[in-house]
Design a binder for this molecule. Sequence first.
Ligand SMILES: [Zn+2]
Length: 311
Amino acid sequence: MDELGDGIRRITLPLPTRPGHVHTYLLPGDEGWTLVDTGIGLPDAKETWAAELERAGGRVATVFVTHFHPDHVGAAADLHELTGAPVVQGVLDYAQCELVWGNPAWSDRLVDWFHLHGAPDDVTAELVGQGSVYRPFIRYQRDPVLVDDGERVDGWELVAAAGHADGQLCLLRDGVLVAADHLLGRITPTVGLWPASRPDPLGDYLAALDRTIELDPRIALPGHGDPIGDPAGRARELKAHHAERLEATIAALSPEPQSGYELSLALFGADLPAAGRRFAIAETLSHLERLVHENAAARNEDGETVTYTAA
Ligand SMILES: [Zn+2]
């Protein structure tokens, strides 16, 4: 556990896959701690949390989930059992949480979706199999308290930050932005198009970065890596990164129709492990859809495969 100033504590939990750790935060409030994010629900998650909370002392007033990705929502039900505190989650984010983790048909939907975007059968099987690795470690809390952008939780203002996850919510107070995976220091947050996601996640993300620049917090506390001392500056860097990636995507397009899968090979190389390939396809598609929205690329659908061409 680390003391971060402003009375905020950080608890870092292990993650079996990259980047190897996830940060959770204890924010001080009149009623007790607001605990932000829960880590993945490893078999010993409850014991780990019991020990950490004993060390922190005091009661947990609220368990807040920023977004439904496994390393953030995984132990939410454990923490509810352990503390009795209500779990609070964004309304759109919880709907997607149910759709993905509460839905046995989700894997089939992913298979169809990878096929639609041109991935061959063997690649699809590997990608969907890899994506199911986390499934047993997700114990989200059913029927949480639902909140949305602009509302307050324990004195913190909720700031929507779509892009990395459609319904992701950050918390802001006195210039401190608890940023989840909206802003990361050295890693570029993934922004991908997935089945049932909003139509233009990269457009959402660029708008959310603009809002961060406007809000100009003095520090951002991310889900992975070190605190960010110049959040607006980091937001500008991330905008520049995506501008470059959009240029590279335009350069990869031609009059010949190519699927998202094919274009991901051109943009990210053919030599990726399954986990990397999943994100490469989703990232390629989010950039393609941004270009379609800007009329800089064309999407073609024949009912079987979606392809893209230069506009
Ligand atoms: Zn995430």
